[in-house]
Write a protein that binds this ligand. Structure first.
Ligand code: ADP
Ligand code: MG
Length: 174
């Protein structure tokens, strides 16, 4: 299989961390839509949101998704990528979509332990754990319906990578 693999899920679920390790395991390239967007705009995500609003940011996010999509590539997507129907459709029809599913407690613990990895302004200005609960409530159904495979991402990264490899090649799983 050489079509792209898209990793979706909330901020902190491990799209970047697991995506890089998965790409290495498969001999695939790795790209991150947020990094692409930052390269194009020469701004941080927070700066783009401040300058262009969330709507402007979402448009650029869709453009980045299409721009980075390529064969033999693992694509880590922004947490809100699934909000737009066109993004969900594009990912499902052009590749394999993997949802890295983790609970709000796990996500909050990771983001609090590594606040520098929280690249985005909070959506609501409320405490991070509350915001994550709300975001998951709003988006979990979209992540689930977009994914070809739902993976338990609460495990250590190596185990998450192995679960994905097993899901991608069921015949070779043991
Ligand atoms: P995302 O790209 O989905 O926002 P990251 O890969 O940046 O998530 O991970 C967020 C933080 O959580 C990072 O500090 C990372 O080291 C940590 N992390 C990611 N995946 C795991 C995991 N499976 N187990 C423990 N910590 C993880
Ligand atoms: Mg990331």
């Amino acid at each position: 299989m050489t079509s792209p693999i898209y990793l979706i899920g909330a901020r902190g679920c491990g799209k970047t961390t697991v995506g890089q390790a998965l790409a290495t395991a498969l001999g695939y390239a790795f790209v991150d839509t947020d990094h692409h967007l930052q390269h194009v705009t020469q701004r941080s995500v927070a700066e783009t949101v401040a300058a262009e609003g969330w709507q402007g940011f979402r448009l650029r996010e869709s453009e980045s998704l299409i721009a980075v999509s390529a064969p033999s590539t693992v694509v880590a997507t922004g947490g809100g990528m699934v909000l737009a129907e066109r993004n969900r459709h594009f990912m499902r029809q052009s590749g394999t979509v993997v949802y890295l599913n983790a609970g709000a407690g796990t996500l909050a613990a990771r983001l609090q332990a590594f606040p520098h990895d929280a690249q985005r302004p909070t959506l609501t200005g409320r405490p991070i754990a509350e915001e994550i609960e709300q975001v998951l409530t709003e988006r979990d159904a979209l992540y689930q319906q977009t994914a070809h495979h739902v993976i338990d991402a609460s495990h250590p990264p190596e185990k998450v990578v192995q679960q994905i490899l097993d899901a991608l090649s069921p015949a070779r799983a043991v």
